[in-house]
Design a binder for this molecule. Sequence first.
Ligand SMILES: Nc1ncnc2c1ncn2[C@@H]1O[C@H](COP(=O)(O)OP(=O)(O)OP(=O)(O)O)[C@@H](O)[C@H]1O
Ligand SMILES: [Mg+2]
Length: 226
Amino acid sequence: MKTDKLSSGNAALDTLLGGGLEARTVTQFFGEPASGKSTLCTIAAVACLRAGLSVVYIDSEGFSIERFRQIAGEDTEKIADRLFLFEPIDFEHQGSMILEAEKVLKAHKTGLLVMDSATALYRTDLEKGRDAMQALTRQMLHLLGYAKRYEIPIIITNQVYIDTTKNTYAGLGGTALEHLSKVIVRLEKTDAPGIRRARLVKHRSRPEGASFEYEITGDGISSRPS
Ligand SMILES: Nc1ncnc2c1ncn2[C@@H]1O[C@H](COP(=O)(O)OP(=O)(O)OP(=O)(O)O)[C@@H](O)[C@H]1O
Ligand SMILES: [Mg+2]
């Protein structure tokens, strides 16, 4: 069994996660718009590509090549060939692209699978009144199967809604998504302009509540302990 961890590409995030992204596990980043979810996904993908492995990147929100270029810098051309990008256009398509992605996992030495976001297209189905919860659970179980079979870490991002009873943001996707994500990091904006905070809200072997602050920068994030 593979027990090593893959660097998330950021030292403070690695520390928060107890050494990096765990293989065979789904790690979830959730937070409000512009909190840094896609930035952290891109940083992790670039770190994995720089380590010589391939990355499966399922992007339901429109992949930003420009942002990838900013973060990868002069390595962009060298590593971009090993980034296998899937861009589903609706929630059903997301499910079929998850199936299709296994071809890459079989054919290439893949170090990471990213799904950014797991719930943007799901939300659209929900809004159309469809019972999307079961389909989301099926998609997630499929990903978890890949994590175990190919011994890789998986990152998903999750959108939030405002839980008016508690006056706070909560992740979409219900308890199934919460259960299947063994590590959950919440990204939040702080009162200080431009300063965001990453907080560990779920982990099997790390204290919950630990956090660090960061700013989003040209080449990724700059972080400091909080
Ligand atoms: N080159 C850059 N320099 C500084 N800040 C940047 C740069 N590129 C993007 N940002 C900032 O990053 C933020 C967006 O981050 P990101 O796309 O990671 O958020 P997100 O959580 O994925 O948002 P969404 O929910 O909309 O997908 C914005 O505030 C934007 O101004
Ligand atoms: Mg995003």
